[in-house]
Design a protein around this ligand. Sequence first.
Ligand SMILES: Nc1ncnc2c1ncn2[C@@H]1O[C@H](COP(=O)(O)OP(=O)(O)OP(=O)(O)O)[C@@H](O)[C@H]1O
Ligand SMILES: [Mg+2]
Length: 227
Amino acid sequence: MSVYLELNQVNKTINGESIVKNVSIGVDSGQYAILTGPSGSGKSSVLRMASGIDKPDNGDVLIDNINLSNIHIKDKKRIIAKYVGLVLQHPGLDRGLDVWSNIILPAESKGEKINKDKVDYLVDLLEIKDKIYLNSGKLSGGEQIRVSIVRALAVNTIRLFLADEPTNHLDTERKKIIFNYIAKITKEFNIAALIVTHDSVFARENANIEYTMIDGEITKKNLFFQN
Ligand SMILES: Nc1ncnc2c1ncn2[C@@H]1O[C@H](COP(=O)(O)OP(=O)(O)OP(=O)(O)O)[C@@H](O)[C@H]1O
Ligand SMILES: [Mg+2]
């Protein structure tokens, strides 16, 4: 195992308010980490910096030992498109397109190849197969999240899966399924996963590591020993 995602002493201030303070976390390939903590503690801010879409004021974000601050923006975009799958709190699907197009087009427009077998497998597992040619504007909130999970993992080369409360709108049974699945793919595809969640009871059943944030700081690191 190697540390695939690393944040070192990361800080972020917005409007004069320090929202992320000296955050250092790591996630290995094949490992599934959760990030928990009260509302407003800075979890989404950390996730956005881990994904490269936001820049820290200082400190380093490394993906596969590459420091995102030290490379050209073009290279950074390429790394993100190829290796990082991101699920945000608001999935932002194109409501004018059907589910299938929403899954494949973002990656294809960046020149990345989709693994169609993997997409079929995920669509089946997340029970959105019968919605595949439906207009995305007609999906429920939970269905939109599940489509955005498939979209994030559709590219064959994905090595880092980041998700911001991916189980928010799901029922208990589906929350369990999603967390089980995240654990499964991290192992099967040797992916590093960092999941921001309030559903820590279900998330802990499979997680390898839990980081807890309070007021912008990591206050606790818990290691779990799963089979
Ligand atoms: N663009 C922004 N402008 C102003 N304040 C911001 C901005 N983004 C985040 N914040 C503030 O930073 C703090 C941390 O926000 P963040 O969204 O990271 O918290 P969170 O832990 O994800 O909360 P939640 O569990 O409610 O999603 C909050 O106080 C929030 O108001
Ligand atoms: Mg948040």
